[in-house]
Design a binder for this molecule. Structure first.
Ligand SMILES: O=C1O[C@H](COP(=O)(O)O)[C@@H](O)[C@H](O)[C@H]1O
Length: 482
């Protein structure tokens, strides 16, 4: 996942540029995928960009019948209220599109009415609408940002920041009027392929600087605005004042050399340099491609990490491997290839569709006779394996829901032997792990793991931080004590 910052001379040019970028992106995506799902934002730049889309001669290049419009947040007000983000978007663009955009493609968050009396009711109805539409992966999710660093209606210090397991949330006590709102949650935002944060003006400069420098989301919610494939910050020069703007920024759309991006680029280049040591063959590449084509999130291990798993499994002479979290089968394939011909790999996956994609890829790769893909919640499957008296595993790779890591580690003890090796992925989480108050349950899951492992009688452990094409993270390496 990359994060790019593009700086424009002023708010007007920024809005025009966002419009041009959006139109081009829609045309590009429509050349290989349909329908396209776009999430709109309210706010000054967001609405100005929609006006620019409406005025653009290029707008007819988009097949609007294949575009669905959703909202990232809404002010919980009656239908037609001029302060609703929906009303503003209709005035700015939707009305101008007329019949080109079918009515059923427009998905506003339900307004306050006699039937929908609370932000929670609106949020629930919107979650249901998303589910009914097949919980689409948003192609582009636009987010404005307030001077306090809020995105959508996720405000600093609010409980909504920590809500997980649902795509929407009702919000009360917004510091920016109106106080009642409905918002997408981070879960929904993080599922978007591309997240574009748009912000203009010096009053946003402090929040832009905090977010790009990785402030905690509790104080700067925009720091958590991250897309699954790409995060793009589209800002004007005034909004970058807090970053110490180089002169190059006075030109249109100069790429902003934020320190974090420079570092991430370097990590990726270094991974590329060393990639000669970890060449992927056709089966590995196709496994990655099948996962992407199946719409699976791009969170599998990188090739060098897969090779590390492979080498570790070989080094300990693993004959039996357990993987918790199959996803598309990429790490599974690296691990399976470390097994001897009489070896066995058991991999657990909660999502039947992910399991199907993985099974197909493992079959294509010719390792299906070594691998059992077990579908269901991992904790239940682990209990079943314990109940069945499964032979101990030599190596366990845990790469699933991070909040459950402590539980998986307890269960793993029932399924291993002294000397077995356990690897837990993604335990640094961009450094968020040091934040005791972090609202993300995944971060808290890792912190609970650290508590569990401190002076543990049966696990010996270390954690190694990593950087690379997959960003800044790390893994825990454990050995079951003799
Ligand atoms: O209230 C809201 O504010 C933000 C930012 O608006 P701006 O006028 O400061 O750009 C916006 O992103 C959000 O959708 C909206 O509900």
């Amino acid at each position: 996942m990359t994060r790019d910052v593009v700086v424009h001379p002023d708010a007007r040019v920024l809005a025009e540029s966002v419009a041009a970028r959006l139109l081009t992106h829609l045309v590009d995506v429509q050349s290989h995928r349909s329908p396209v799902h776009v999430v709109l934002t309210g706010g000054t730049v967001g609405i100005a960009a929609l006006e620019a889309v409406a005025a653009s001669p290029v707008r007819d290049a988009v097949d609007w019948s294949g575009v669905h419009l959703w909202w990232g947040d809404e002010r919980f007000l009656p239908d037609g209220d001029p302060d609703r983000n929906e009303t503003q978007a209709r005035n700015a663009l939707i009305d101008a599109l007329g019949e080109a955009l079918p009515v059923e493609n427009v998905h506003p968050m339900p307004a306050r009415s006699d039937d929908v009396t609370t932000p929670e009711a609106s949020a629930e109805a919107y979650a249901a609408a998303l589910a009914e539409a097949g919980s689409p992966a948003f192609d582009v999710l636009l987010l404005g940002m307030g001077p306090d660093g809020h995105v959508a209606s996720l405000f600093p210090g609010h409980d909504a920041l920590g809500v997980q397991g649902q795509p929407t949330v009702g919000v009360h006590g917004s510091p920016k009027p109106p106080p009642e709102r409905v918002s997408l949650t981070y879960d929904a935002i993080h599922g978007a392929r591309e997240v574009w944060v748009v912000a203009a003006g010096s009053e946003k400069a402090e929040a832009v600087a905090s977010a790009l420098r990785g402030a905690p989301v509790t104080t700067t919610p925009a720091a958590g605005a991250i897309g699954a494939e790409r995060t793009l910050w589209l800002v004007d020069v005034a909004a970058t004042e807090g970053l110490g703007t180089p002169s190059a920024l006075s030109t249109t759309a100069a790429a902003f050399p934020a320190p974090v991006d420079t570092a991430a680029e370097t990590w990726t280049h270094v991974d590329e340099y060393f990639s000669v040591l970890v060449p992927e063959d056709v089966a590995l590449v196709e496994t990655r491609h099948a996962a992407a084509a199946g719409g699976l999130p791009d969170i599998a291990v990188a090739a060098n990490q897969g090779k590390l798993l492979h080498l570790l499994a070989q080094s300990v002479g693993a004959r039996r491997i357990l993987e918790i979290g199959t996803l598309g089968g990429y790490s599974t394939l690296w691990l399976a290839r470390a097994l001897p011909s009489d070896g066995r790999l058991t991999t657990l996956e909660i999502d039947p569709e992910h399991a199907r994609v993985a099974t197909d890829s493992l079959t294509q790769a010719g390792v299906d006779d070594l691998v059992d893909v077990l579908v269901g919640p991992a904790a239940d499957t682990l209990d079943s394996l314990v109940g069945e008296g499964a032979e101990p595993y030599d190596l366990v790779f845990i790469d699933a829901d991070k909040q459950s890591i402590p539980r998986y580690l307890e269960q793993t003890l029932e399924l291993t032997r002294p000397g077995s090796v356990v690897i837990v992925d993604n335990v640094v989480r961009g450094g968020a792990v040091v934040d005791a108050e972090h609202p993300d349950e995944r971060v808290q899951g890792v912190r609970s793991m650290v508590e569990l492992l401190t002076d543990h009688p049966r696990y010996d452990a270390t954690v190694v931080q990593t950087v690379g094409s997959k960003g800044y993270d790390g893994f825990a390496l454990l050995r079951v004590r003799d």
